[in-house]
Design a protein around this ligand. Structure first.
Ligand SMILES: [Zn+2]
Ligand SMILES: [Zn+2]
Length: 185
């Protein structure tokens, strides 16, 4: 005799009834188990998602567009896996824009001779110079690339001295710079 909530059910505890009760309990446990795991997974996925968003946010703010890589890719060249190390070492040695002394966000390690044309010079320290990409100066584009990312300026070392501390407006207004732009490679 089994009594559940005042309702009495007559049960003959035959091996079959016991088997059915055990089967029901097993099915219930499986359902509860799956539900619990799913909730847990959802929570974990949520946490990972949130972490990813905040990490992604900092990354997109920290990482500027890599024009050098984009141009090299267009020419079928890829960055060397050694590049991040060489770039970091260069920034330790030359941590400010060579044309204005700016330090901080918006600096680029520029290849004087583009590495898609001179693959051997990609990691060559003497082919690197730090230039800024900050608003109002953009020394990377104007002095490193003569106003055209696909082009380059072999005289950039002289030009960072000649235009030291000058704004983008001042550089654009300079006749010598305009002549160099007209003859850029
Ligand atoms: Zn560059
Ligand atoms: Zn600068």
């Amino acid at each position: 005799m089994l009594s559940i909530a005042g309702v009495s059910i007559s049960l003959q505890l035959t091996p079959q009834t016991i088997a059915i009760i055990v089967a029901i309990l097993v099915v219930l446990l499986i359902i509860l188990g799956i539900g619990g795991r799913r909730r847990h997974r959802r929570r974990r996925a949520g946490a990972q998602h949130r972490a990813g968003v905040s990490r992604g946010g900092t990354r997109s703010r920290a990482k500027k567009r890599d024009h050098g890589m984009e141009i090299a890719q267009r020419h079928g060249a890829a960055r060397s896996p050694e590049w991040p190390r060489v770039e970091k070492e260069h920034l330790l040695h030359e941590p400010a824009c060579a044309a204005c002394g700016y330090r901080g966000h918006g600096l680029q390690v520029h290849h004087i001779k583009p590495f898609h044309l001179h693959p051997k010079l990609e990691l060559e320290p003497s082919n690197l110079i730090t230039l800024c990409e900050i608003k109002g100066r953009n020394h990377h584009l104007l002095l490193g690339h003569l106003d055209e990312w696909e082009s380059f300026n072999v005289n950039v070392r002289d030009d960072v001295r000649r235009y030291h501390g000058k704004s983008d407006l001042h550089i654009r207004a300079d006749i010598a710079w305009q002549k160099a732009v007209a003859k850029r490679p």
